[in-house]
Design a binder for this molecule. Structure first.
Ligand SMILES: NC(=O)c1ccc[n+]([C@@H]2O[C@H](COP(=O)([O-])OP(=O)(O)OC[C@H]3O[C@@H](n4cnc5c(N)ncnc54)[C@H](O)[C@@H]3O)[C@@H](O)[C@H]2O)c1
Ligand SMILES: O=P(O)(O)OC[C@@H](O)[C@@H](O)[C@H](O)[C@H](O)CO
Length: 399
């Protein structure tokens, strides 16, 4: 039975939310891409089933996941509306990328589904965003209510729960070598054209209301996700962005290669020292130790170019809050400066995939750090753009 709908069917949904949903054999997911047809077609041909290739130092392990019962391209609006209307569905999960929350087409798609639910079963629902943004539930709520027509907005206010989440499981894009390895590990006669590579570690922290019943996910339900978000976004994702913007200029193409470079590793530790001064969370030494091991895992070939995408939606959540707090304390830490300088250099000379590229690339080329921060426009960015010492240091460090 379909109990959950997902928007943004990709590698991460299949390594994370679909794996948690698989803990309940009665639960099923109808999963939608935004537009693409290839993955839904391949999954449908396999009856929705696929394998996780879980890589660790102990060797590879294959796990079959069967919780996706329908996979469709997002352009199949009839099916999208029908699934979201169903009273048996209690949650809509989303992995729409950080940039998706500012994309009118994505927000319109979600509203379209909620409008169908309002006139269909009318049942309440929980929206569970699973992208790396602090307060992602509130960010989604604000984005929807900003453009919903008043009647639908009032219905959303009454019937929709918005859940803040922190999600964690490093899941790189699947490569041709991964496909070959999966084919070798599968029993004779079994085939999987769309496996997902991931790590053993997995975490899901959720805070919010489930007005139509809470799925039996083996996750951590808390009152406030904010401390978990600071820890995950600053330490894991902040370090990832630093590696993505500094590693390539030193010849690294993947996370594991980058952390093996002593100068890059030194910058990462400096970044973590700065973040630790403001995180207000326990057990950071253990968390940092676990991250060193996870990042160095050779089987997880996480490409820096994948992480470098959409920096304008990531840097304000991952780097700038710590940098602003450090500047307020009169410090200019190497790691945070290195991350920002690396991003400015990437915007100036790298292969930039970012919805804000048309503003940010010319800003980086003509005005350096000050112009990039000014164009970014978040409150931290504007304040930092006026900081002469910071701007001078970042420009001098941008490779
Ligand atoms: N891969 C990871 O390790 C990981 C970990 C934590 C969180 N996430 C979150 O999941 C997101 C997706 O990662 P992935 O590895 O599954 O990528 P992927 O490329 O495998 O899949 C991306 C999916 O997102 C959809 N999409 C892309 N842009 C969209 C938009 N503007 N609006 C709506 N849908 C859109 C695509 O159609 C596709 O279905 C990331 O951007 C991140 O926010 C990923
Ligand atoms: O997936 P993105 O694009 O938000 O960010 C890239 C990585 O930092 C991210 O995918 C991490 O691997 C992930 O958040 C680990 O849980």
């Amino acid at each position: 039975m379909i109990t959950a709908v997902h928007l943004g069917l990709g590698a991460f949904h299949r390594a994370h939310q679909a794996a948690y949903t698989a803990a309940d054999p009665e639960a099923g997911i109808a999963a939608y891409t935004f537009r693409s047809t290839a993955l839904p077609e391949a999954l449908t041909a396999q009856g929705g089933r696929y394998h996780l290739l879980i890589r660790s130092d102990d060797g590879p392990e294959l796990r079959e996941i069967a919780s996706i019962v329908r996979a469709r391209p997002g352009t199949d609006l009839e099916s999208w509306r029908r699934d979201l209307s169903s009273g048996s569905v209690s949650v809509l999960t989303l992995t729409i990328t950080e940039a998706g929350y500012a994309d009118p087409a994505t927000i319109g798609r979600v509203l379209d589904g909620l409008a169908a639910r309002r006139t269909g079963s009318g049942a309440p629902i929980a929206l569970v965003p699973c992208d790396n943004l602090p307060g992602n539930g509130s960010v989604l709520r604000d984005a929807l209510l900003r453009v919903a027509e008043p009647g639908l907005g009032a219905w959303i206010d009454e019937h929709v729960g918005f859940v803040d989440t922190v999600v964690d499981r490093i899941t790189p894009a699947t490569t041709a070598d991964d496909l070959t390895e999966v084919a070798r590990l599968l029993p004779r006669g079994v085939r999987d054209d769309v496996p997902v590579v991931t790590e053993p570690f997995s975490e899901w922290v959720l805070a919010g209301e489930f007005p139509h019943g809470r799925p039996a996910w083996p996750a951590r339900f808390v009152d406030d996700a904010a401390p978990y978000a600071r820890r995950k976004l600053w330490f894991l994702n902040g370090a990832h962005s630093l590696l993505a913007y500094v590693g390539p200029s030193r010849g690294a193409a993947t996370v594991d290669e980058a952390v093996r470079d002593p100068e890059v590793a030194r910058l990462m530790e400096s970044w973590w020292d700065a973040a630790a001064r403001h995180a207000r969370v326990d057990c950071l030494d253990d968390y940092r130790g676990a991250l060193r091991t996870r990042f160095a895992q050779r089987g997880i070939r996480h490409r820096l170019a994948q992480i470098a995408r959409d920096g304008s939606a990531k840097i304000p959540a991952r780097i700038l809050p710590v940098l602003a707090l450090e500047r307020a304390a009169g410090r200019l830490p190497d790691g945070a400066v290195g991350a920002l300088a690396g991003w400015v250099a990437h915007l100036r000379a790298g292969e930039v995939h970012d919805p804000r590229a048309a503003d940010l690339v010319p800003a980086a080329r003509s005005g350096g750090a000050r112009a990039v921060l000014g164009a970014l426009g978040s409150p931290d960015a504007i304040a930092l753009a006026g900081d002469d010492e910071l701007v001078r240091t970042v420009d001098a460090s941008a490779p």
